[in-house]
Design a protein around this ligand. Structure first.
Ligand code: HEC
Length: 242
């Protein structure tokens, strides 16, 4: 029995907080609930009262089917274990990577790939940073483009193929999660994929690479070249090109 115990003879009965509140558990519970509700409202109400909110960035559009396929490969290969996709608003980061990441850029990233580890560099502004051929070389043998790199080679992506039906299933899942793919987008995925993959293959062929358009590496390159691009353009338009 301690002196703080209410059963103790020297318990300080005169303290107003104990007498008025702590000894009246029902009243105390009601007051705690009221207190927490006010705190909650202060946090939650502003979110509902914003019309569109700063979270929306005009010009951010969903991934194309091929890019979505590449994103699925990115997730299944666990690239997020070494790469973040989140440029923080600090000078050292924006100098290295570019424009810092805005919330609205992740609108169609389900689930988002923020990542929590940076064994490799952040990838949120990698879209358009290198030509397709750089990625082709780098993914096959990271040290060929980045001497001393500890990134593992991903040679199987040059053998394994992606499946249009799987991409369509991914699109349907995204649709359920609120990404605005239409049924026509999903039905026509095969043709859309074909058109985009052909372009990448011809870019690669121009540098002498013998690429086939149904290989996973093509989808991954499409995805890497897209990351952060819409956001960067939207931010530039919003800031008047700053
Ligand atoms: C073991 C950690 C590790 C894993 C896993 C990993 N990377 Fe990397 N990555 C690195 C490191 C380190 C670098 C920096 C050196 C280099 O360019 O290779 C890098 C660089 C890169 C770059 C160039 C970034 C830039 O701005 O120069 C890209 C693109 C990239 N990785 C993509 C991927 C993709 C896609 C995957 C998954 C298929 C992946 N990485 C998996 C460690 C990793």
């Amino acid at each position: 029995m301690t002196s703080h115990d209410s059963r103790s003879p020297d318990f300080d009965k005169s303290h107003w907080h104990r007498q008025l509140l702590e000894h009246r558990s029902a009243l105390f519970a009601v007051l705690v609930t009221v207190g927490i509700s006010i705190g909650g409202m202060v946090e939650i109400v502003p979110m509902y009262s914003m019309s569109a909110g700063p979270e929306t960035l005009e010009g951010v559009t969903p991934y194309t089917p091929l890019e979505l396929a590449g994103r699925d490969i990115y997730v299944s290969e666990g690239c997020y274990n070494c790469h973040s996709q989140w440029v923080r608003p600090f000078r050292d980061e924006t100098l290295r990577y570019g424009e810092w990441s805005r919330a609205g850029e992740y609108a169609y990233d389900r689930p988002f790939q923020l990542g929590s580890r940076r064994i490799g560099p952040d990838l949120h502004r990698v879209g358009g940073k290198y030509p397709d051929a750089w990625h082709w070389e780098h993914m096959r043998d990271p040290r060929s483009t980045s001497p001393g790199s500890i990134m593992p080679p991903y040679t199987w992506l040059y053998e394994k193929t992606y499946d249009v039906e799987d991409v369509q299933a991914s699109m349907t899942a995204m649709q359920t999660a609120g990404v605005p793919y239409t049924d026509a987008d999903i039905a026509g995925a095969g043709a859309t994929i074909d058109a985009q993959a052909t372009k990448i293959v011809s870019n690669l062929a121009a540098t002498g690479a013998n690429a086939q358009q149904d290989k996973q590496i093509i989808a991954l390159i499409a995805y890497l070249q897209r990351i952060g691009v819409d956001g960067r353009n939207a931010i530039a338009a919003q800031d008047g090109g700053q």
